[in-house]
Design a protein around this ligand. Structure first.
Ligand code: NAD
Length: 449
């Protein structure tokens, strides 16, 4: 009988943690490692340091079955593994290119501890050519130790969506594997055996192609968002309705209705940084990524334009320094606590710059927002629920479409507010007649009734 595959996962953030728990769920034994001791202690006691629906239950189950353990010990992680996944951050540098310092540091550590034939898999989003860099770093370490082991570096980019990460990892649309050796391919087939049996498409490519598929996918989605946002801005001016435009477009199977929701612009830890990174990769190879550059610019303009309109509407009713705005939703999207590049940050900063006071509620984003908006703190009140956040406010802006906001008691909101302006940046109420009747309503790209 084949022995159970031993998996190491380095980095237990949004990607590494979900991936590690999924690998355990698929029947492998997993050692998940991070340098942040606090995080590892929390995980050892069965608590997850992020908000990701369904993850804690899956962790408890696999911890109980002793299929997953957490450590800060890199040596143990590498020595115990047949396959090691690198899932550390690749944040943007000042020029927009991806910062590879964490990936390189991990590669060096891995090289120091390899003690048998092993496959190293890069799950982090990295520029084309990083696979080769990682391979060279590991080889250098192995040579220094004067030992010989068979190893391969594989690229296996991650496509999970925060908020839906568990389902995305348990049943992804596809798995992309960039590998150059039979050894790497066979081991990855073993890792993804459960998905192969579930008929999930597995795409084997070169390492460079796999690395590029990730950027090409994210940049495409970002372009699609910027595209519909630009259409929404024009629709408002010509008196057209963006929902009907999106529906009319999306019924064309070549276009698809997904990612055609107008809003305040894309945010999060991936689209802003990955679009910048591919533009930088393009520069390195003298290829202008003009479409992506335009999408980045359009995205920057989107929240600016929206704030300008909001301020203008408010200024017609009240002195801005005496005004209070209620903000529903801070995280960059619903069902996550992730505040990285959330549109709520520049929107709130722009409002505060005008002297406007803010009352806000977000089911998961408030803790992180408090430190990201520490300079603005004296203007911001973090509330215990969505109704407290509208008490006495002149304008309510909905930035993130959490389900509970869609279910809100609108008459209660009306009673609590001082003013009657609703700025709905996710168009959650655009079809709601009770909202239209009671409020001065503004959506994104909606026809005003
Ligand atoms: P994250 O910041 O949430 O997690 C990274 C983790 O790596 C942290 O816990 C950090 O402590 C740990 N780490 C850093 N250096 C380490 C080291 N030397 N040894 C051990 N651990 C170390 O990042 P994330 O959101 O999980 O993203 C990870 C990668 O996956 C990035 O390249 C990102 O672009 C990509 N990605 C992210 C998403 C997403 O939705 N978050 C989706 C697909 C791909």
């Amino acid at each position: 009988m084949k022995s159970m595959l031993q998996i190491g996962v380095i980095g237990t953030g949004y990607v590494g943690l979900v991936h590690a728990i999924t690998m355990a769920e698929f029947g492998m034994h997993v050692v998940a490692m991070d340098i942040v001791e606090e995080k590892i202690k929390q995980l050892q006691s069965g608590l997850i340091p992020i908000y990701e629906p369904g993850l804690e239950i899956l962790l408890m189950k696999n911890q109980k079955e002793k299929k997953i353990e957490f450590t800060t010990d890199m040596k143990k992680t590498v020595e115990n593994s047949d396959v090691v996944f690198i899932a550390v951050g690749t944040p943007p540098q000042a020029d927009g290119s991806a910062d590879l310092q964490y990936v390189k540091a991990v590669a060096e550590e891995i090289g120091k501890f390899i003690n048998k034939d092993i496959v190293i898999v890069n799950k982090s989003t990295v520029p084309v050519g990083t696979g080769k860099i990682v391979k060279a770093i590991i080889k250098e370490q192995i040579n220094k130790r004067n030992v010989q082991y068979k190893f391969d570096v594989v690229s296996n980019p991650e496509f999970l969506r925060e908020g839906k990460a568990v389902e995305d990892c348990l049943l992804p649309d596809r798995v992309v594997i960039g590998t150059e050796s039979e050894f790497g391919r066979e081991r990855m087939e073993e890792v993804y055996d459960t998905l192969i049996k579930s008929k999930v498409p597995i795409l084997f490519t070169s390492i460079e192609t796999a690395e590029m598929i990730k950027y090409a996918s994210n940049a495409f989605l970002a372009v699609k968002i910027s595209y519909i946002n630009e259409m929404a801005m024009l629709a408002e001016k010509v008196g057209a309705d963006i929902h009907e435009i999106a529906r009319g477009m999306g019924l064309d199977t070549r276009i698809s209705p997904k990612f055609l929701n107008a809003g305040p612009g894309y945010g999060g830890s991936c689209f802003p940084k990955d679009t910048q990174a591919i533009v930088e990769i393009g520069k390195e190879y003298q290829e202008d990524m003009l479409v992506i550059q335009a999408a980045i610019q359009a995205n920057k303009n989107q929240s600016k334009k929206i704030v300008e309109k909001m301020i203008k509407v408010l200024a017609e009713k009240k002195k801005l320094k005496d005004a209070t705005v209620g903000v529903w939703g801070l995280s960059f999207k619903p069902e996550t606590d992730d505040m990285r590049e959330a549109p709520s940050i520049p929107i709130i900063q722009a409002l505060v710059k005008e002297g406007i006071h803010i009352k806000t509620y977000c089911p998961q984003g408030m803790k992180e927002a408090a430190w990201r908006l520490s300079k603005e703190q004296k203007y911001i009140e973090y509330c215990t629920d969505q109704y407290s956040a509208v008490k006495g406010v002149d304008l309510l802006v909905i930035i993130t479409e959490w389900e509970q906001f869609k279910m809100a008691d609108i008459s209660k909101v009306k009673q609590l507010m001082s003013g009657d302006i609703v700025y709905d940046l996710r168009n959650i109420f655009y079809k709601d007649d009770t909202v239209m009747e009671q409020f001065e309503y503004y959506g994104v790209g909606c026809v005003k009734k």
